[in-house]
Design a protein around this ligand. Structure first.
Ligand code: BGC
Length: 426
């Protein structure tokens, strides 16, 4: 039989073929953020919001004590076969009071970078992941009069320990930061955060705050300039992609929502070395905006629709809008069933391989998350490849860690070829 040359070669292979399905140098790893795993991030704005009930019901406390146990965490990832670890540097530790810098904390993060390298893990370092120092928030946060000066000083300081780091993410999910600010402001104006947030979510009228969006783009540009001057790293930021799809008759609102939620941030990446793609699910857009996921037995612990195909949609969108190399900096599922995590990730990786076959420039896949961690107000959603005992801090690797490590070692050779149209709930 003459093969159809328009079909990507990998889809012609039997599922068992041992042919590498990703390029040389592909990053295979897992991700965390500082606040979610370190513990006792007491100088951060988030620490002061925790325990207030509702959205911020539970406290981070000691979290996973990864601040002290990061060598063990990294060793587990490396021994499983992964070659990369994405972790965060916490501004609130580096500058716990305005203008007072901790050299010891800078040295701590340098040790993390060195430890990763010693273990054969490529460090992918995030400089801001939702949390800021409490004093920064008190001074008005991202729209405060001196916000850009404070941010620039932090980036200059932190750049001193980033020698030899090849991948830096300046700000994690600026679109979620701008979205959170939109609902916090609306909630505070109405004197009822919980009520307003619930109503806005239900009605699908949440839109990232335009002023914060502009400030974050400015902040990213400042950081990228300094980091390109002072380090040898590839610099980008990471964008939460909701893989929106239009519903009939709502194409115009779909365009507006997609721009304000995502594309403005992807477009701001056009001069960058890469953009981080972060994908979990997809969402239709109706007349009032994104349609909340209806209850469904397949929904994940976070209430999101089970849609591993979202990764393919997100990668194509990022390619179209940003047009720079892509790095999957987050993808995963909140579930207590580890087999389901493997099934979800297998399917997501099929979509990633299909995107590679189309010629999309994808540099790596970093699973969210390395550890079960503090999910911004709640401990119930478990995204980790490794479980953590919250009292003894014992690490218990799940089968999915060994599975992902094996996938990395074989360069996805055993990920079945081809993707089917996704039928939710099938
Ligand atoms: C964030 C993570 C978060 C994850 C799952 C992303 O929005 O960057 O901090 O834990 O999604 O909700």
């Amino acid at each position: 039989m003459t093969p159809d040359l328009s079909t990507p070669a990998s889809t012609l292979l039997p599922a068992s073929a041992a042919r590498p399905r990703v390029p040389d140098g592909f990053l295979w790893g897992a991700a965390t953020s500082a606040h979610q795993v370190e513990g006792n991030n007491v100088s951060s704005d988030m620490w002061r919001m925790e325990g207030a009930g509702g959205l911020m019901a539970e406290r981070s406390g000691d979290a996973d004590d990864s601040y002290h146990r990061y060598p063990e965490d990294m060793r587990l990832l490396a021994e499983a076969g992964l070659n990369s670890y994405r972790f965060g540097i916490e501004w609130a530790r580096i500058e716990p009071e305005k203008g007072r810098w901790s050299l010891a904390e800078l040295a701590h993060y340098r040790r993390m970078i060195d430890t990763a390298r010693d273990l054969g893990l490529e460090p992918v370092v995030t400089l801001h992941h939702f949390t800021s120092p409490y004093w920064f928030a008190e001074d008005g946060g991202w729209t405060g009069p001196d916000a850009m000066t404070y941010w620039e000083r932090y980036i200059e300081k932190v750049s001193t320990i980033l020698g030899g780091v090849d991948w830096i993410c300046t700000i994690n999910e600026p679109n979620m930061v701008a979205l959170m600010q939109a609902f916090l402001s609306a909630g505070d104006a109405a004197g009822d955060r919980e009520g307003v947030v619930a109503a806005m979510t239900r009605e699908g009228v949440l839109v990232p705050d335009a002023g914060i969006t502009d400030r974050l783009i400015e902040a990213h540009r400042i950081a990228a300039r300094i980091l390109k001057e002072r380090t040898g790293a590839q610099v980008g930021w990471t964008v939460a992609q909701q893989a929106f799809t239009p519903t009939p008759g709502n194409e115009e609102i779909f365009g507006k929502v997609t721009w304000a939620w995502e594309d403005v941030f992807l477009a701001a990446s056009r001069e960058d070395d890469f953009v981080g793609v972060q994908s979990y699910t997809t969402q239709p857009v109706g007349a009032a905006g994104p349609v909340p996921h209806p209850p469904h037995p397949d929904n994940t612990i976070t209430g999101w629709a089970y849609r591993p195909d979202a990764l393919g949609i997100a990668l194509r969108r990022a390619r179209d809008v940003a047009g720079v190399p892509l790095l999957v900096t987050e993808n995963g599922i909140a579930t207590g069933d580890d087999e389901r995590r493997i099934a979800y990730t297998t399917e997501a990786l099929r979509h990633l391989v299909a995107a590679l076959d189309e010629g999309i420039d994808i540099r790596g896949y970093l699973h969210w998350s390395a550890l079960d961690n503090y999910e911004w107000g709640h401990w119930a959603p478990t995204f980790g490849l490794i479980a953590v005992d919250r009292e003894t801090f014992e690490r218990r690797p799940k089968p999915s860690l060994a599975w992902l490590g094996d996938t990395a070692r074989t360069r996805a050779a055993h990920i079945p070829a081809g993707v089917a149209d996704f039928a939710p709930g099938a």
